[in-house]
Design a binder for this molecule. Sequence first.
Ligand code: C2E
Ligand code: MG
Ligand code: MG
Ligand code: MG
Length: 277
Amino acid sequence: RSKRAGKGIYTLYDRSMHEDLTQRMLMDKHLRTALDQDEFSLYYQPQLSFETGQIVGFEALLRWSSPELGNVPPNLFVPVAEDNRLIISIGEWVMITACAFMKDLHNKGYTECRISVNISVIQMAQDDFISTVLDILEDTGLAPSFLELEITESIFMDSYEIIIYKLEILRSLGVRIALDDFGTGYSSLSYLKQLPISTLKIDKSFIDNLPDESKNRSLTEAIIVMGHKLGLEIVAEGVESYKQLAFLKESGCDHIQGYFLSRPVEESQVPVLMEKY
Ligand code: C2E
Ligand code: MG
Ligand code: MG
Ligand code: MG
């Protein structure tokens, strides 16, 4: 399966691997023109506070509608955009659009609402990452405390000391940092010590079979207690049922996000949600 296999390599690929490669090459090709041709949009998914029963913020989720490939989910195209580094310009577009959206919502009277934006490690590794974020905040007029950057443990890939340093600077300026998909991957506990985070997002895989599955129940409760002892706000991701909601409320979780409240919606639907909750 490796490149070193040399001749006869195709016999080692199964069909799905080959299709996967073709898919990636097609995405790579069409991603190059996608930004110029206005093929991206953002959807917004609300996060609800148990304390107030109100929406405290929205996560911006990227959508790509390609004339050639149709609607491609971010789990498929973001890795390709990371490989060809287009995620730098796409991510900048996401942050500008999301911050302008939130400033607009503030102007409509919802002055306490926050926006969460997913950030790729490739973006954070850019030398001008901090000034890019600060410029966008200044240009859109959004105060730093209303922007939350969602990062994952993938930042621990390489030169992560510099990235942590950048996050510390942004945090000290008031920008919030959320650790996304918490609990998946490797040695997550050491990240809590090293990262200047304000929010923990418990991964959907822990939430899925609550409250029936006893191990996930214990883990979720433990994550909430531990997070609170570290002064963090806890968000549960992927909440789909009332049973899950009730358990999370009982366990002291701060915020929930998921289809039970709302799927990600387009911008025009956001005021409707603000009125509903
Ligand atoms: P994520 O940041 O963990 O986002 C949560 C994902 O879970 C979203 O999928 C959301 O639509 C989905 N979700 C939310 N509630 C529920 C639920 O109750 N049930 C189920 N089944 N799913 C739920 P989406 O929008 O397809 O995004 C997938 C991933 O793509 C995101 O995971 C994030 O890692 C990445 N992504 C999305 N937008 C961006 C972006 O602007 N930049 C970067 N770098 N990555 C992005
Ligand atoms: Mg996220
Ligand atoms: Mg997540
Ligand atoms: Mg994810």
